[in-house]
Design a protein around this ligand. Structure first.
Ligand code: GUN
Length: 333
């Protein structure tokens, strides 16, 4: 049985008694409320957009990160009054274009909340020893609270050696083995900014993790592994899937909350997602038209889920907000 109905958004659509739409029938009957002009494709797009407007929450990372930055800004001003200044040292080696953008945004973030930033832009040919010596110098400086070495580093420098040289008390990226170990055994320490930002995004969007099936797609040291530990800390049931996982769609379809950090543009389509899931997209890629896109095919997946992050404007802004939060952490105690 098919019938024309007025949907919850007040727009006209065509659904059967089970709520399934029948675009072909609706095409003939509608036309008053939107401009499908009898085209099946346009009508389907209308129904999809309408369902999404009613059912799917778009998690606004930009707005939530602004909230956090405003909170930190106030705190930074009050600490300043007590004579406690915060300074982040940012080191970049070479001129990788993506790194230039990230580093610029990190420095702008410091400026916005009113903390100091020192910038070290080293040439591509910088030796590992020169970089280690700069880190030792910054470790010893009392006026520097946080040290961040932007990754990736040129191939002739060993990232692990460099990360290990940073004093764990100033490791605002949370990449030092001591910080990772502390997270693993539930002790205090700096936490990697992107996964910490995702937890904050979920909490501030009212998504509880307690007892939920969480699947993380990607096993990097920066996102996948710390993400798993943080979700475990929130009492979620956690699975890490990756490029070699068998029957991947079967695994990701179990997720109440799906975190995607696999680095493949628009890889995750609706076949990988359970209806009503919360989907968090960590990917930052360019599509064929050089437009920013995530690892999730947003248009395909969004109508199916209960909440989803967009790219840009989802996880990205949260990473910087959490970095600034980590910088503050070093003077809070
Ligand atoms: N490169 C990509 N993401 C990051 C990050 O969060 N921190 C640093 N230091 N380098 C990165």
């Amino acid at each position: 049985k098919r019938s024309i109905c007025i949907s919850t958004s007040g727009l006209r659509g065509c659904f059967d008694r089970n709520g399934h739409d029948h675009a072909g029938t609706a095409q003939k009957a509608c036309g008053l409320q939107h401009r499908c002009r009898g085209k099946r494709k346009d009508h389907r797009a209308f129904l999809k957009a309408e369902r999404m407007a009613v059912m799917t929450k778009i998690i606004d990372g930009k707005a939530i990160s602004m909230q956090i930055k405003e909170e930190i800004k106030k705190e930074a001003a009050s600490l300043k009054e007590q004579g406690k200044n915060v300074t982040l040292a940012v080191i970049q080696v070479g001129d990788n274009p993506a790194s230039c953008v990230y580093v610029r945004n990190k420095k702008k973030g410091c400026e916005y909340i009113g903390i100091g930033s020192l910038s070290y832009e080293l040439k591509e040919e910088t030796t590992q020893e020169e970089l280690l010596s700069l880190i030792r110098e910054l470790n010893a400086r009392e006026d520097v609270n946080g040290i961040l070495v932007q990754l990736p580093l040129p191939a002739h420098i060993d990232e692990d050696t460099v990360i290990r040289e940073i004093d764990p008390k100033k490791d605002v990226d949370g990449f030092h083995p001591q910080s990772v170990g502390a997270l693993c055994i539930g002790q205090p320490g700096f936490v990697s900014c992107t996964p910490a930002g995702i937890i904050e995004l979920l909490k501030r969007s009212g998504v509880s993790l307690e007892g939920k099936e969480c699947v993380i797609l990607g096993r990097s040291n920066i996102v996948g592994k710390p993400m798993a530990l943080l979700m475990l800390r929130e009492n979620a049931t956690v699975t890490i899937a990756h490029s070699r996982t068998k029957n991947l769609a079967e695994v990701t379809k179990r997720a109440d909350i799906l975190i995607v950090a696999i680095g493949k543009p628009k890889m995750i389509t609706r076949e990988y997602v359970k209806e009503g899931a919360v989907v968090i997209d960590v990917g930052i890629n360019r599509d064929q038209n050089n437009k920013l896109c995530g690892d999730v095919d947003f248009d395909d997946v969004a109508p199916l889920c209960s909440a989803i992050t967009p790219v840009p404007g989802g996880v990205g802004p949260m990473t910087i907000a959490m970095l600034l939060n980590n910088c503050m952490e070093s003077v809070r105690k």
